[in-house]
Design a protein around this ligand. Structure first.
Ligand code: HEC
Length: 306
């Protein structure tokens, strides 16, 4: 297998749409007239538009991003052929390969990639893309792009960081991108320890400092990691002021501030990190009002507060 293949996200338009059009859409499309008779989509389900697939059938949703086993469009093609609900009921079955692609596409978050399809009967407020992109895939794509920008680090550089107590691992086999944590010695991981990973700064995409004894000062080091994508600061002593140092981060997608002293003041700094799309604030000092301001500043962000 090629090293790059695990990044290959299934493209809806290239790999799914062609077989839906060929094998499903005849019976699952916008109402039309044939010989003076109006034909309705079977089961009220249209598969000729993203918003229609997301809307589902007369019985409810047929697609759950991330969960093929909760997605009727996947379940129905997998049923035994003699089952009444097997799809398609007549005509050419999906091939094994097509079924696998469909499964993978749903697992990866059911991203339509901007495809809308038929606008016939589309409500003005229709949802045209899956609302729950699945994070691992997002990160995979981002990592694939970031990977091209960096070189692998020498064993000497990696060794020095490990000696300081950091656990350092490639995000996947042969990737120069690194995941760093201090899980083997959280009580010894202080601000100086965090500084000791700076020689790896170009390559770090994930940093877990949860439950360590760092203070706001450590975030000055963290703010120097240009490719940081996920940051875990849960149950540390960091507070509002420290977060200002993170506003230099341009790739940060997710930050975990569970059980910290961060309040609405700190959220004002986060509001400047436009790449953020996941913020965890359980048991912090942030309020619902603060979160509302934050969400307004970062459209599309998901904030978990309880
Ligand atoms: C020859 C017409 C025909 C084709 C082709 C067809 N379907 Fe269907 N489909 C139906 C009918 C009829 C029903 C209703 C079955 C029932 O109620 O038992 C249905 C129901 C469904 C349902 C269940 C909807 C619900 O929630 O009740 C799904 C999902 C579905 N089809 C998906 C597909 C997919 C995916 C394909 C292509 C692989 C496909 N269909 C191809 C006729 C078709």
């Amino acid at each position: 297998m090629l090293a790059t293949s695990s990044f290959a996200a299934v493209s809806f338009e290239k790999e799914i749409l062609p077989f839906l059009n060929k094998k499903c859409v005849d019976c699952h499309r916008a109402p039309y007239e044939e010989n003076g008779k109006k034909k309705e989509p079977k089961a009220g389900l249209r598969l000729d538009a993203s918003w229609a697939i997301l809307k589902g059938s007369e019985n409810g949703p047929v697609l759950t991003a991330g969960a093929p086993d909760k997605s009727g469009i996947y379940e129905s093609v997998n049923l035994p052929k003699d089952d009444d609900a097997h799809m398609p009921p007549k005509g050419e079955d999906l091939t094994k390969e097509e079924i696998t692609l469909l499964k993978k596409w749903i697992e990866e978050g059911a991203d339509f990639g901007g495809w809308i399809g038929s606008k016939d009967g589309m409500p003005a407020d229709a949802q045209t893309s899956s609302s729950k992109p699945v994070k691992p895939r997002e990160h995979d794509l981002l990592f694939a792009a970031l990977e091209k920008e960096v070189k692998p680090l020498s064993d000497a550089v990696l060794g020095a960081a490990k000696e300081a107590g950091a656990q350092v691992a490639a995000v996947k086999v042969e990737s120069p991108l690194l995941r760093v944590d201090f899980l083997t010695g959280v009580s010894k991981c202080d601000d100086a320890k965090v500084e000791s990973v700076l020689p790896l700064k170009e390559n770090i995409v994930a940093l877990d400092l949860g439950r360590t004894v760092i203070t706001d000062a450590a975030l000055k080091s963290v703010g120097q990691l240009p490719r940081l994508v996920t940051l875990d600061l849960r149950q540390t002593k960091i507070g509002d002021a420290g977060l200002e140092a993170l506003t230099s981060l341009k790739k940060l997608h997710s930050i975990n501030l569970y059980g910290t002293q961060v309040s609405d003041e700190g959220l004002k700094h986060l509001a400047k990190i436009k790449s953020l799309n996941n913020i965890y604030l359980w048991q912090s000092k942030a309020t619902k009002a603060g979160v509302k301001h934050l969400a307004a500043a970062l459209p599309g962000v998901k904030v978990s507060i309880e």
